[in-house]
Ligand binder design. Structure first.
Ligand SMILES: *Cc1c(COP(=O)(O)O)cnc(C)c1O
Length: 453
């Protein structure tokens, strides 16, 4: 905050497509899709029109004991898109306000389900190392990023930590790095999945399974864009199922095509029991989240009035009509062949442009899953030694990018590129070129005292 108070903030006043404009008339490319939310670009005519149409009817009425048209249509659509088979469907939808509340709801549902079905007497949760599931207290309890979560230790309930793959810094030294030192590494034998199996087995020995296994599928975002190697997700889900745990997929980041398929779990045919959605759900227009659940979970909340089996959780703006209208319009765009083609082309253009960064000595790793990319900067690529935190390397590179007209935010020293789906090849090349120039001038330049404070 001290740094922020000394600086002049960029004040955004308008946007169109992948471009943002500030109050000085300067233009920027929105290289992280406004913190991972925007899908089709700003001021999209179809989403704007849908919201205007809805405004002509009503902006909001309570969903507590009432239904409304756009939210009901949206629930049906989400359930249809996220289903797998007749047998396994995420047939029920609970709306909330954002990713944190969507995860909070999933957590409470799994907790109650475990108790009511008698599977657990003291429901315990297993979530991944470096996990991030949001900032409310339940979601933070599931998270395992010390920098974000440690400060709240006294407020949280205990959850167990499962090993998560992170090939660039593989603790078993089995990664397959792109660089010349590949011969130092032996082939991966899924050691990390083996440790996961042991974790489940140890819990089973205690007489009751985990209530749920909680994961971000395909890539852990806030962990620094840490992708799971192909096949890990299916393995992990299989292990969890075999040990009787529910699967809670946090698709808040990965959903709606961001990681490639419509939902990341589909890539490895993993069928979760609960799925949390938010971020891209309204195309990046309005805050809205959803928790999708299977019928058996929903049924655990049915009963006579005086049994009080209701899911006691609800928000004032649940199932907001404007958000639902935006979301329906966004889903229509997302499912069009044109959007599908554009996403594929953009994904290739991004991959190709990122290759140009490998020769830079301070680029340690380049990671991409779908339209999510992270470039990890290191002091020494041979040893993978990070920069000292006081050098603020990630932040400085992003500040240099902003001066050149490209906006994003770092996670430590990982620079995130996550373009809106409407980004052109020329724009994505420009994002990467600006990243390259900014890495070059920040890593060659001796930091000034000013930039460090
Ligand atoms: C952003 C994020 C959340 C939290 O979503 P909010 O809308 O910011 O509350 C939860 N899980 C994942 C994986 C996220 O990336």
């Amino acid at each position: 905050m001290r740094h922020w108070l000394k600086s002049d903030p960029i004040v955004i006043v308008a946007g169109r497509g992948a471009v943002l404009r500030d109050d000085q008339g300067r233009q920027y490319l929105d290289a992280n899709s406004s913190i991972w939310t925007n899908l089709h670009g700003h001021r999209h005519p179809a989403i704007n029109a849908a919201i205007r149409r809805q405004l002509g009817k009503i902006a909001h009425s309570s969903a507590l004991g009432l239904a409304n048209e756009p939210a009901s249509l949206l629930a049906a659509k989400l359930a249809a898109l996220a289903g797998y088979s007749k047998k396994h469907t995420l047939a029920r939808v609970f709306f909330s306000d954002d990713g944190s509340t969507a995860m909070e709801a999933a957590l409470k549902m799994a907790h109650q389900f475990a108790l009511r079905t008698g599977r657990c007497r003291r429901p315990k949760f297993l979530s991944l190392q470096r996990a991030y599931h949001g900032d409310t207290v339940g979601a933070v309890s599931l998270g395992h990023i010390d920098l974000f979560h440690k400060a709240y230790g006294g407020l949280l309930f205990k959850t167990d930590i499962a090993p998560a793959p992170f090939c660039y810094r593989c603790p078993f030294n089995r990664a397959r790095p792109q660089r010349a030192d590949a011969r130092l590494y032996r082939q991966c034998q899924w050691e990390c999945a083996g440790v996961l199996e042991q974790k489940f087995a140890a819990q089973s020995k205690k007489g009751e399974p985990y209530a749920a296994f909680v994961f971000e599928p395909l890539i852990q975002g806030a962990a620094g864009m840490a992708p799971q190697p192909d096949g890990w997700l299916a393995r992990a889900a299989h292990i969890a199922r075999r040990h009787g745990a529910l699967l809670i997929a946090d698709e808040v980041l990965t959903g709606f095509g961001r990681a490639g398929p419509l939902f990341a779990c589909q890539k490895e045919s993993v069928a979760p029991d609960l799925m949390a959605l938010a971020k891209g759900m309204t195309g990046g227009y309005l805050p809205m989240g959803a928790t999708l659940a299977t019928r058996p979970i929903f049924n655990a909340f049915l009963g006579r009035h005086d049994e009080f089996k209701t899911f006691f959780h609800g928000h004032s703006y649940t199932a907001n009509q404007l958000g639902a209208a935006a979301s329906l319009a966004s889903l229509r765009l997302l499912q069009s062949p044109a959007s599908f083609r554009a996403r594929n082309l953009l994904q290739e253009a991004l991959a190709e442009a990122l290759q140009t960064l490998w020769p830079l000595p301070n680029v340690g790793d380049i990671r991409q899953v779908g339209l999510i990319a992270g470039v990890e900067l290191v002091a020494d690529w041979r040893t993978r030694r990070p920069f000292a935190p006081r050098q603020r390397m990630g932040a400085r590179v992003c500040e240099a990018m902003a001066r050149r007209g490209v906006l994003t935010r770092p996670i430590g020293d990982v620079i995130v590129l996550m373009p809106p789906y409407c980004t052109t090849s020329a724009q994505v090349e420009r994002m990467v070129a600006v990243l390259r120039q900014s890495i070059e001038d920040q890593t060659l330049k001796k930091p000034t005292l000013e930039s460090l404070s």
